[in-house]
Design a protein around this ligand. Structure first.
Ligand code: ASP
Length: 327
């Protein structure tokens, strides 16, 4: 396992820190990022936004091919990667429904990856198993971008989340970020909490007992000496939060339907609750929303989740350009 050889660009083993640059590298975990290279990606994302607003597209990645392989459902991640590649002038092999690919015939992940990398220059992978992207990266010669590995990580989501916080509030340092909902199974909060360790933030994890943040993430935050608290009561954070990051209860991860039913409506962010929030704060959500944010909030200027979603395309344009050496 793990041939790893790739014109001297990709290295064998765990995905490396990206301080030596993005060209040819896998994006597997937020642990690979530093504050410096985050700012580098955000600056490219700003440029991508300007290009899209001005002319819609460029031919920066003309002639390049992206394979988008999704073993789990997706709306935003898959379509924003496809839109990102299209707006950069490249093409996409979209495998959004592996049921219709040879996976149904019993093909293994490494064989599927080896196949696609003979046609494409970069592969975006979503898979239900934690660590699947890392395994794929060990077999692949081309860069793998993790688009969600089960309850593990969702690094590109965390990047767009951080980019949103910075664009909306002008800074990340000094903020109080409250993460609310399914912190146990929600991969986006696992990645975001880890990424925020690089900043001087106060974090509060708000969840029912059965959906608490996994211990390894909690310990990582503590190891970075960040100010972190846990509570089940959203009223404890509503008045002081600068960022209220709300998540869906991940129904598909529950073995026990009764347990899901007992927590599925634990939090609903209502206009009444928002009445107690700061005037300058934002509500975020990785989406899809089920019932955890009332539709009445959508028109509140503090509701940032649709702007957050749009940012995903600019961040993914920036990442594709960086990984393919064109940023
Ligand atoms: N879309 C996000 C994810 O894939 C959040 C969610 O599904 O709740 O993790």
């Amino acid at each position: 396992m793990g041939n790893g050889a790739r014109n001297g660009i990709k290295t064998v083993g765990l995905a490396p820190n990206l301080s030596s640059g993005f060209y040819g590298q896998d994006i597997i975990s937020v642990r690979q990022f530093t504050r410096e290279n985050l700012q580098y990606i955000f600056a490219i994302a700003d440029e991508m936004r300007a290009v899209v607003k001005r002319v819609g597209s460029t031919d920066l990645l003309k002639g390049h091919v992206l394979a988008c392989v999704f073993y789990e459902p997706s709306t935003r991640t898959s379509s924003s990667f496809i839109a990102a590649m299209s707006r950069l002038g490249g093409s996409v092999i979209p495998i959004n429904e592996v049921r219709y690919s040879s996976v149904t015939k019993g093909e293994s992940l490494p064989d599927t990856i080896r196949t696609l990398e003979s046609y494409a220059d970069v592969i975006v992978l979503r898979h239900p198993e934690v660590g699947a992207s890392q395994v794929a990266a060990e077999y692949a010669r081309k860069p793998i971008i993790n688009a969600g590995d089960g309850v593990g990580e969702h690094p590109t989501q965390a990047l767009l989340d951080l980019y949103t916080i910075q664009s909306e509030l002008g800074t990340v340092d000094g903020l109080h970020v409250a993460m609310v909902g399914d912190l146990r199974y929600g991969r986006t909060v696992h990645s975001l909490a880890r990424l925020l360790c690089q900043y001087d933030v106060q974090m509060t994890f708000v969840s029912p007992e059965v959906l608490r943040m996994p211990l390894d993430v909690l310990n990582e935050v503590k190891a970075h000496k960040r100010d972190v608290e846990e509570t089940y009561d959203v009223h404890d954070v509503i008045a002081s939060a600068d960022v209220l990051y709300v998540t869906r209860v991940q129904r598909e991860r529950f073995a026990d339907q009764a347990q899901y039913d007992s927590v599925k409506d634990f939090y609903v962010i209502t206009s009444e609750l928002m009445g107690q929030a700061k005037e300058r704060m934002i509500v975020m959500h990785p989406l899809p929303r089920v019932s955890e944010i009332s539709y009445a909030i959508d028109n509140d200027p503090r509701a940032a989740y649709f702007r957050q979603m749009e940012n995903g395309m600019y961040i993914r344009m920036a990442l594709l350009a960086a990984v393919l050496g064109k940023a």
